[in-house]
Design a protein around this ligand. Structure first.
Ligand SMILES: Nc1ncnc2c1ncn2[C@@H]1O[C@H](COP(=O)(O)OP(=O)(O)O)[C@@H](O)[C@H]1O
Ligand SMILES: [Mg+2]
Length: 231
């Protein structure tokens, strides 16, 4: 699903946010990207999400070599393949949940009625069928993040990228959001979640840890520990 090979990203001014990062994530995985603030997590997610291009190295998403695509082709790839969830929800204010979700499907070319039908389905899926007419300010933080997740998955993208999705939530709402992401993964979506919450990272099947723009550990790369005890 994702292949980064020797990816570096240097920002104007000289900050090397990513240094020669290589990472492969397969279809159906649920992966935590962990690491301290400033370690390059968001930069890596933006590169994976094709929102940002690497300075050097190659990025393949769902079989596409990102460097070979034009900006229009990249927009199309994002619209069909990738859903995004952010810490601060990024919902349109004063817009009912149903429209917030439906508007995320504009770039898919679906008709308005199809977009609204899909949006209603996605809101049911995240447990907000009873809140479709509510505007963001009429929803709790956890409910707002569920609306954002509904918007991200309404088009059924195979890949979901979440940057600190529980960062603005209390622990109970955060746990609910994590449970929802697990359900989506169990139903087949590949999910990459950035978190600096160690407990959240440790509960996911795979942890990639970053520091100073580099991957310093990847639980998928660790040798299997063989049981060498008696009996
Ligand atoms: N747009 C930018 N311009 C310049 N430097 C940036 C920009 N975005 C991030 N950085 C720098 O790149 C490094 C990595 O940032 P980031 O990927 O946001 O880390 P994280 O998400 O792990 O906190 C930091 O040193 C940050 O200050
Ligand atoms: Mg970040």
């Amino acid at each position: 699903m994702i292949a980064l090979t020797g990816v570096s990203r240097t920002y104007p001014g000289g900050v090397a946010a990513l240094r020669e990062v290589s990472l492969r994530i397969g279809h159906g995985e649920l992966v935590a990207i962990a690491g301290p603030s400033g370690s390059g997590k968001s930069t890596m997610l933006n590169v994976i999400g094709t929102l940002d291009r690497p300075t050097t190295g190659s990025v393949h998403i769902d079989g596409h070599d990102v460097s070979a695509l034009t900006d229009n082709q990249l927009s199309a790839l994002r619209a069909t393949t990738i859903g995004f969830v952010f810490q601060s929800f990024h919902l349109a204010p004063r817009v009912p949940a149903l429209d917030n979700v439906a508007d995320g499907l504009v770039y898919t070319g679906m008709s308005r009625s199809e977009r609204r039908r899909r949006a209603a389905e996605a809101l049911e899926r995240v447990g907000l069928g009873h809140r479709m007419d509510h505007e963001p300010h009429e929803l709790s933080g956890g409910e707002r993040q569920r609306v954002a997740i509904a918007r991200a998955v309404a088009g059924d993208p195979p890949l979901l990228l979440a940057d600190e999705p529980t960062g603005a939530l209390d622990s109970v709402s955060g746990a609910g959001v994590m449970e929802l992401l697990r359900e989506l993964n169990a139903a087949g979506t590949t999910i990459v979640i950035i978190t600096h919450d160690r407990e959240i990272a440790d509960r996911l099947p795979r942890q990639v840890r970053m520091r100073d723009g580099e991957i310093v550990s990847d639980s998928a790369q660790e040798p299997v520990r063989l049981w060498k005890g008696g009996a």
